[in-house]
Design a protein around this ligand. Structure first.
Ligand SMILES: [Zn+2]
Length: 260
């Protein structure tokens, strides 16, 4: 595969980076990425994955765009009432015709998560713990890189989970009981916070696809918008981890494990 003249023009600023070049751009154009969730995180990550020329993007979300989403989910502008995966597909279609975008118009359930095997990378842009834990387990079991983020109020977390690196469960072994951690609809969220974290996920993913290193491999990033500080906590692979430890108890995805 070689780039067309139109692609050389579109990706000129990438081609000027010797670390990317034509070979890197071709790699992006042949890459397959799954984005689970097209809310605040996805609304920031998806446009930059698409603009960068990630060639095959699948977006899963069962929600419909609501007026309260537009305080942060700017990708959905003008599409109140539309399914979010379809809205993402419409946005990407207008931004970059090189991208093959596949919308999945329902919430990805644990029993479906073996589809992660079809992708070069997965972005966890979900907003609930059952999805986050099931995605981590599915990606670890399939050996597929996972780019995690979560946000609440003025803060966010990000972690890059690569095969053989510490996983989300190495840091958080078990799902918190329902109701112990509030949702953004209960305690609020500053609109720009998920945008920043979603771009961190997209950045980590694009670097990984290009082989340019991963700064959040084994490093939990904590961002606080109020102090504008980031903390980076080194995390280790846990021998007791239930999915990637020495004696794993999670060896396949059982849907009942993710019920709250
Ligand atoms: Zn682990």
């Amino acid at each position: 595969m070689s780039l067309t003249d139109a692609q050389r023009e579109r990706y000129a600023r990438h081609l000027s980076l010797k670390e990317v070049g034509e070979a890197g751009q071709e790699r992006l154009l042949s890459s397959r990425v799954l984005v689970v969730g097209a809310g605040g995180l996805g609304s920031a990550a998806i446009p930059y994955l698409a603009a960068s020329g990630v060639g095959y993007i699948t977006v899963a979300d069962g929600d419909v765009v609501d007026i309260t989403n537009l305080q942060r989910q700017v990708m959905h502008a003008g599409r109140v009432g539309m399914n979010k995966a379809l809205s993402a597909a419409e946005f990407v279609g207008q931004l970059n015709p090189d991208v093959h975008i596949e919308p999945i118009t329902h919430h990805l359930a644990p029993f479906e998560m073996d589809i992660v095997e079809r992708f070069d990378a997965v972005l966890d842009c979900s907003d609930n713990f059952p999805t986050k834990f099931a995605l981590n387990d599915a990606c670890v079991l399939a050996g597929v890189p996972l780019f995690h983020a979560s946000v609440l109020r003025f803060e966010g977390l990000a972690l890059t989970v690569l095969p053989d690196a510490p996983c989300y469960r190495c840091v958080f072994p078990n799902m918190p009981p329902e109701g112990t951690i509030p949702s953004s609809s209960e305690v609020g969220i500053m609109g720009v916070v998920p945008a920043l974290l979603g771009v961190v996920q997209a950045t980590e993913c694009i670097k990984h696809l290009l082989g340019l290193g991963c700064s959040l491999r084994g490093v939990l990033m904590h961002y606080d918008a109020l102090t504008m500080r980031c903390e980076y906590v080194e995390v280790e692979k846990s021998r007791e981890c239930p999915v990637c430890g020495e004696h794993p108890t999670i060896t396949r995805i059982l849907p009942e494990r993710y019920e709250q």
